[in-house]
Design a protein around this ligand. Structure first.
Ligand SMILES: [Zn+2]
Length: 267
C-alpha cells in the first residue's frame, strides 16, 4: 500500500512537475518561476552582502561602466525575446575578485560577474557580451527554477540544504536557500547548450560579434593555472561546444551586421 502511494505521488510530481524550455526540452519543474524569482531576490541580497561589506561590489567605475553598457543592450534583446521579463527587476553586480573566473545568473535576471573573468581572460566587449548573454539566457530559460526543483526533489538535496545552513551561515531558509545553492550547482549539459544557443543570439541582436563566442570558450579552456576556472564547475562544457557555436555564426551574422540603433534597458 505504502509503495503504491509513493508511486502515485511520484507520478503526480512528474505530471505537474514538467515544463518545456524555450528550445523544446522537458524540464523538471516543481518550483514555479514566480517562487524562484522571489526566492532569488532574497538570496541575491544575502549572497552579495559579504562583498558589499568589504567594499568589493561595483568598486571599479570603468569596469562597471563597461559591463553595464553591454548588459543594458543584452537585456533589451532578452525582453524582445520574452516580453513579460520587462517587469523583472534585472540586475548585474561586479564582484571585485581577480582570482575568480566566474559569472552566474539567478531567476528573475539577478546576475553577478567576478572581475577575474575580465582580467584573466582579457575579454573584449564582444566576448564579455557572450558571457553575459549566456547568463541572461539561463535566466530567460528558467534554469534556476529547474536547478532549485532538482535540489528540492531529491533527499540528497534536502540534506544538503540543512548542511549548507550551518556551514555557510547564510541567513536564508527554504526556497531562498535553494536559490542560493542553485547557482553553485552545475547546469545540465542540455541547459548549457540551450544557454549557448540563446546567448549568442541575444549578443548578435545587441550588436556583438557572434564569432567572439568561439574565442571566449577557447580562452576559458586555456586559462587555469591551479585548475579549471570556477565557471566550468557550474557551466559544464556541452559536447562539441565550439563546433556548435561556430555552426550558429552564419545565421547570427545578419543580426550582428544590422544597421541602426540598438535598444537599451536602463539598469
Ligand atoms: Zn551556463
Amino acid at each position: 500500500m505504502k509503495k503504491q502511494y509513493l508511486t502515485f505521488i511520484f507520478c503526480l510530481v512528474l505530471i505537474i512537475g514538467c515544463a518545456t524550455s524555450p528550445t523544446g526540452r522537458r524540464q523538471l519543474m516543481i518550483v514555479s518561476e514566480e517562487t524562484a524569482i522571489s526566492a532569488s531576490k532574497q538570496a541575491y541580497v544575502e549572497m552579495l552582502k559579504p562583498y558589499e561589506q568589504e567594499g568589493k561590489v561595483d568598486n571599479d567605475p570603468a569596469l562597471k561602466d563597461r559591463v553595464y553598457r553591454i548588459t543594458e543592450r543584452l537585456i533589451a534583446q532578452a525582453i524582445r525575446m520574452r516580453p513579460e521579463t520587462e517587469k523583472w527587476d534585472w540586475s548585474i553586480k561586479i564582484i571585485d575578485d581577480p582570482k575568480t573566473v566566474n559569472a552566474w545568473a539567478m531567476a528573475g535576471g539577478k546576475m553577478a560577474l567576478y572581475s577575474g573573468l575580465v582580467i584573466q581572460l582579457k575579454t573584449t566587449d564582444d566576448e564579455l557580451a557572450q558571457v553575459l548573454g549566456h547568463e541572461i539566457a539561463h535566466a530567460l530559460a528558467n534554469h534556476s527554477a529547474e536547478k532549485m526543483s532538482v535540489a528540492m526533489a531529491t533527499t540528497v538535496g534536502v540534506v544538503a540544504v540543512g548542511v549548507a545552513t550551518d556551514r555557510r551561515g547564510l541567513a536564508l531558509t527554504g526556497a531562498a536557500l535553494a536559490a542560493a545553492l542553485a547557482v553553485q550547482r552545475p547546469n545540465s549539459r542540455a541547459a548549457e547548450s540551450e544557454a549557448d544557443r540563446i546567448g549568442i543570439e541575444l549578443a548578435a541582436k545587441a550588436g556583438y560579434d557572434p564569432r567572439a563566442a568561439i574565442t571566449l570558450w577557447q580562452k576559458m579552456a586555456q586559462v587555469g593555472g591551479k585548475g579549471p576556472p570556477e565557471f566550468f564547475s557550474t557551466h559544464p562544457s556541452p559536447e562539441n561546444r565550439e563546433k556548435k557555436l561556430a555552426g550558429y555564426v552564419p545565421e547570427m551574422m545578419p543580426y550582428y551586421e544590422q544597421k541602426g540603433d540598438r535598444p537599451i534597458y536602463r539598469l
